[in-house]
Design a binder for this molecule. Structure first.
Ligand code: C5P
Length: 324
């Protein structure tokens, strides 16, 4: 009975300990401790048996047995003590390990990189928002529109046709992300040409590969474009889709050109934007659309700071989830 009970304890204790997260190595302590108890019980059982026998045995045999029993008692009695010392040492070791492990587990897993995907039509405010977020969080920023513009510009500079997929793909493979010059690439005709080369799957494949490499830069990257949340970074923990009415976007573009001292016609800008939206949303490969899990932000009546604060709340929530 005693043996059954203790065996149960030997099995149940490590199991229970493991269930409570203390790791199975505590089981060895339980086993050693059980051995200690068992050895003691055994010694006392043998001792009392010898004492009972002594009363019925002749005197000479009793004295021999008592002498032998004394030796046995001393030698056997040492083993439970050794077992107890081992068990105590092991318990200390296991406790130390457990505390050390727990401290390690308490440390938030360091994030190597965090990606924020921002999509939306031209002049929706996504570029300004992306820059603001990247600056606030110390992340890298890539305006992926510039990569399509760089392809278009390379073809235009060499007087090459904009619809030759082979040449366009070659140009796309040579785009250097560290050498995208916004001043040169932001020209209106370059944007128009970019949306033409952007319909070609081979161009998209080459640029998307480069953009995906950029997205893994530590500590984080903000990418803005048309297909970031849907194609380039479908697993990004934060996806934003920025919209605004075509009129609001055309007005923004108009005022931007005016403030830079340029001449602009609001109606023409509106027409251009509408045409570009139709091409970007209607193409078969990676059309502009919000990812299923994107957060929509309509900036028609919203200033950049309010848009940033909205985005910040979402980003902070995702960051908190990522580190726990
Ligand atoms: O944003 P931006 O006006 O600089 O983009 C120029 C063109 O590049 C867009 O009209 C679109 O056709 C294309 N583009 C794209 N996918 C992206 C970014 C831009 O197709 N991720």
């Amino acid at each position: 009975m005693f043996f059954l009970l203790t065996s149960f304890v030997v099995v149940a204790v490590p199991y229970a300990i493991e269930r409570f997260g203390l790791r199975v190595r505590f089981g060895l302590f339980a086993l050693l401790f059980w051995l200690f108890v068992f050895q003691f019980v055994l010694i006392f059982a043998i001792d009392s048996l010898l004492q009972n026998l002594a009363t019925v045995l002749p005197g000479w045999l009793e004295s021999i047995l008592t002498t032998l029993g004394g030796f046995a008692f001393v030698s056997i009695g040492i083993t439970p003590v050794i077992t107890l010392v081992l068990a105590a040492a092991y318990l200390l070791f296991a406790l130390g390990q457990w505390l050390f492990d727990r401290d390690e587990k308490d440390q938030p897993t360091p994030q190597t990189h965090f990606t924020i995907a921002i999509d939306g039509p031209a002049a929706s405010g996504k570029g300004t928002l992306a820059r603001r977020i990247a600056e606030a969080y110390g992340y890298h920023h890539l305006d992926t529109g510039l990569t399509y513009r760089a392809v278009a510009k390379a073809l235009m500079d060499q007087n090459m046709p904009l619809d030759d997929e082979f040449l366009a793909e070659k140009a796309a493979r040579s785009v250097d992300l560290s050498k995208l010059d916004r001043t040169v690439l932001s020209a209106h005709d370059v944007g128009e040409a970019a949306s033409r080369v952007a319909v070609m799957p081979a161009v998209r494949r080459a640029l998307v590969a480069a953009q995906q490499g950029f997205a893994t830069r530590p500590p984080g990257a903000v990418l803005d474009g048309r297909d970031i949340g849907t194609v380039v970074c479908p697993d990004a923990p934060v996806k934003l889709y920025i919209t605004a009415s075509p009129e609001a976007r055309a007005r923004r573009r108009y005022e931007e050109i005016k403030s830079n001292g340029g001449g602009a016609n609001y109606e023409e800008i509106l027409q251009d934007l509408t045409r570009r939206d139709a091409r970007d949303m209607g193409r078969t490969d990676s059309p502009l659309k919000p990812a299923a899990d994107a957060h929509l932000l309509d900036t028609t009546e919203m200033d950049i700071e309010t848009a940033f604060l909205n985005a910040k709340t979402l980003i902070d929530q995702a960051l908190a989830k990522n580190t726990h």
